[in-house]
Write a protein that binds this ligand. Structure first.
Ligand code: G3P
Length: 245
């Protein structure tokens, strides 16, 4: 399966940060994977213009479930598609925690993403406590079952497994732990989507760097990465992308 490497800039990036996108274009011209950059809302429009005629595409980090209306401060999937975004990250643990987004909200947003023509990158992942209790697969399974909407296909859905304790900490699960969770996700996707579940890309996210990317990409059922901190510098992100063959 063709790999996908997505960069989640989170709440980072000013107008001047477009230089990183420009640099990334220059460094990834011969990449053999799909590449997505998800800057903050404020930069999406400019970023879309920048990546025209390149192999980079732009995504967002969230969307509202409604198409329009009285939702101060929110942005809809249709608005994102309108300015050229192609993907949207949904259910990131930072939003689940700090914005109280539960599986039902994530699913409603995924429905909205599909309605607007965006590819939803749905994030799942256990906390340290849940892993220590031996509940990682159970937690991820529940999130997956409840967050993935009807109508999901390999063309409009990507799953990102991001153990909460690995995000921004420098901690990475063992290869066995990653393969175990990714295999469970694959199985659940097959149960849910039939043979098409085989073609849904499952990304790993959490402290991915150019130094560990090759080993992670070599694991069974790892179809790419969702990268936070290491996606902010073009040279480092390009190192990760070049490992995704
Ligand atoms: O969505 C990406 C993410 O949460 C991982 O962040 O900084 O550990 O790569 P980081």
């Amino acid at each position: 399966m063709r790999k996908l490497v997505a960069g989640n800039w989170k709440m980072n990036g000013l107008v001047s940060s477009q230089a990183e996108i420009e640099a990334l274009k220059g460094l990834t011209g011969s990449a053999t994977c799909d590449i997505v950059v998800c800057p903050p809302f404020t930069l999406i429009d400019r970023a879309v213009e920048r990546v025209k005629d390149s192999n980079l595409v732009i995504g967002a980090q969230d969307c509202h479930a409604q198409q329009s209306g009285a939702h101060t401060g929110d942005v809809s999937a249709e608005m994102l598609a309108d300015i050229g975004a192609r993907y949207v990250i949904l259910g990131h643990s930072e939003r689940r925690v700090s914005h109280g987004e539960d599986d039902e909200i994530v699913r409603a947003k995924a429905v909205a993403a599909h309605r607007g023509g965006l590819i939803a990158i749905v994030c799942v992942g256990e906390t340290r406590h849940e892993r220590d209790e031996g509940r990682a697969i159970e937690v991820v399974g529940e999130q997956l079952r409840e967050s993935v909407p009807e109508g999901a296909t390999s063309a409009n859905l990507v799953i990102a497994y991001e153990p909460v304790w690995a995000i921004g900490t420098g901690l990475v699960p063992t290869n066995e732990q990653i393969e175990e969770v990714h295999a469970a996700i694959r199985q659940m996707l097959e149960e849910r989507l039939g043979s098409d579940g085989n073609s849904v890309r499952i990304l790993y996210g959490g402290s991915v760097k150019s130094s560990n990317a090759e080993a992670i990409f070599g694991l069974r059922n790892v179809d790419g990465a969702l990268v936070g901190g290491a996606s902010l510098k073009a040279s480092e992100f390009a190192g990760i992308i070049s490992a995704a063959v």
